[in-house]
Design a protein around this ligand. Structure first.
Ligand SMILES: Nc1nc2c(ncn2[C@@H]2O[C@H](COP(=O)(O)OP(=O)(O)OP(=O)(O)O)[C@@H](O)[C@H]2O)c(=O)[nH]1
Ligand SMILES: [Mg+2]
Length: 469
């Protein structure tokens, strides 16, 4: 597969002033002569006709030739920049295929760049993330990763791990001799520095993952609490139908919004109640599923049902407010886990003439955030927005690295192993155990940049790219 010449239209489909056909392969001299009549001088703009089978001119434009290894993919790359019409670009592509190229799979150019050592895996992923970025902050963090800042941090962690492994493994080799090769106190300090570095990089990656993927926020509660009204306030659009009839929303409605560059997937759900209506029952089942997979649950409550709430909600008020969630919990579900993701929205405060406010209340072992607002008139929404950013500890993404769940999982695995090495050292466990901890930690970190990565994972990563990238 990797020996074949590949080609693809690299510009977005549709009409455009310019369209680009990109070709990459081991040797493109013949291809260039057939397509543009000559092999263009390396890396210089060459104005020429693009030729069809019988020498007919398909288009006229600029050809760029990047001979291996000084190209994006590390192979010969020929780029034809012509006019951005669908038919003309398809004719050029068909011509390249007739000359021996094949249509590239999504992300195949980037995959070759990775396989040829031009970029590592995080940089390749950052290319896709930069293209998909839907805020400036997300784009900036993708560029930071693309230019290698994240990879450099990962490499410095890898080299620290290598040094530690050498130290520990040579101590194992010399364990029979009288030479004292291992300074345990020094090793403990080094391991704790390593853990600090891992913690720092994890937080920057987590910020990047927030910017990149955002969070799912579910609006849940009794019928008529004002969930759909709140969805419309947050999104600034009248997406959801609002009526005074309980049971208006029956399906799950989803909308993506940006909260100061933080992407939120807002999910409005059917009011939680037991109903004889088949459609409503299904709506409630879907609401439950959305609640289960939400990063944050906003439990919307009608404040007029709690007339005393001006002075704060009592313990029994809180219990009653949480009932709709409790009622629909399945046996064996972890209630505290769900409550930790839950914030209470006291809506319709206009009915009690209250002002918007954000407060906290202790409930069992959990500290619940309570936001009082009026979704009907969109008053107090800023408090809710600030709370949501606070809830996920979003810091504005200033120095975030664009990151994916797989990076964070790998960093977490390395942190666990590093913690285990520290414990093993403290309990004077055999050095072999510490060596093994460090080996696994290094393998986890290596998966991030693609040093130790399976073909399946590579296939999955690159298949989500655009064609021509
Ligand atoms: N006074 C007042 N009424 C509100 C407020 N928010 C919503 N309402 C009204 O409450 C009623 C129900 O609002 P919805 O947003 O449809 O409530 P819901 O929770 O989506 O209801 P279901 O879809 O039936 O579960 C509507 O008549 C709204 O106009 C508010 O802040 N103050
Ligand atoms: Mg609704």
């Amino acid at each position: 597969m990797h020996d074949q010449t590949i080609c693809a239209i690299a510009t977005a489909p549709g009409r455009g002033s310019i369209g680009v056909l990109r070709i990459s392969g081991k040797s493109l001299d013949d291809m260039a002569v057939n397509l543009v009549g000559t092999v263009p001088k390396p890396r210089q703009a060459h104005f020429c006709d693009f030729l069809g089978a019988d020498g007919a001119v398909l288009d006229r434009g600029i050809a760029f030739f990047f001979p291996a290894p000084n190209s994006f993919t590390g192979e010969d790359v020929l780029e034809l920049q012509g006019h951005g019409g669908r038919v003309v670009l398809e004719s050029l592509c068909e011509r390249a295929i007739a000359l021996g190229a094949r249509q590239a799979r999504p992300g195949e150019f980037s995959e070759r760049a990775f396989l040829n050592g031009k970029i590592d895996l995080v940089q390749a992923e950052a290319i896709a993330d930069l293209i998909d970025a839907d805020s400036r902050q997300a784009a900036r963090s993708a560029v930071r990763t693309l230019t290698g800042e994240f990879s450099k941090r990962i490499q410095s962690i890898t080299s620290l791990l290598t040094q530690l492994r050498v130290l520990v493994e040579s101590a194992i080799d010399f364990s029979d001799s009288d030479i004292e090769v291992l300074d345990a106190e020094q090793l403990r300090r080094n391991l704790s520095d390593l853990l600090d570095s891992l913690d720092r990089i994890r937080e920057r990656s987590r910020q990047g993952a927030l910017l990149n993927q955002g969070i799912n926020v579910v609006l849940a509660g009794l019928p008529n609490a004002g969930k759909s009204s709140l969805m419309n306030c947050l999104s600034g659009q009248q997406t959801a139908i609002v009526t005074e009839i309980p049971g208006t929303t029956r399906d799950v409605l989803s909308q993506r919004i940006l909260l100061d560059d933080l992407p939120l997937q807002l999910i409005d759900t059917a009011g939680l109640r037991r109903s004889g209506d088949l459609i409503e029952q299904e709506g409630v089942r879907r609401a439950r599923a959305a609640i289960d997979s939400a990063d944050a649950i906003l439990l919307v409550v009608d404040a007029s049902l709690f007339p005393g709430c001006a002075d704060g909600l009592s313990e029994s008020d809180l219990r009653r407010a949480l009932e709709p969630l409790d009622d629909f919990m399945e046996n064996g579900e972890d209630r505290n886990e769900m409550l930790r993701r839950t914030s209470l929205v006291l809506n319709k405060i206009d009915l009690l003439s209250l002002s918007p406010a954000a407060e906290r209340a202790q409930f069992d072992d959990i500290e619940l955030a309570i936001i009082r607002l009026c979704a009907g008139n969109c008053i107090g929404i800023d408090l809710l927005a600030a709370h949501l950013k606070d809830f996920v500890a979003y810091e504005g993404g200033e120095d975030a690295f664009v990151a994916r769940a797989r990076h964070i999982e790998a960093i977490d695995e390395a942190r666990r192993q590093c913690g285990s090495a520290i414990e093993n050292l403290a309990s004077r466990a055999p050095l072999e155990l510490i060596a093994e901890d460090l080996r696994i930690a290094q393998a986890s970190i290596g998966r991030i940049t693609g040093e130790f990565t399976s073909d399946d994972l590579l296939g999955e990563i690159f298949s989500n790219f655009c064609i021509g990238k």
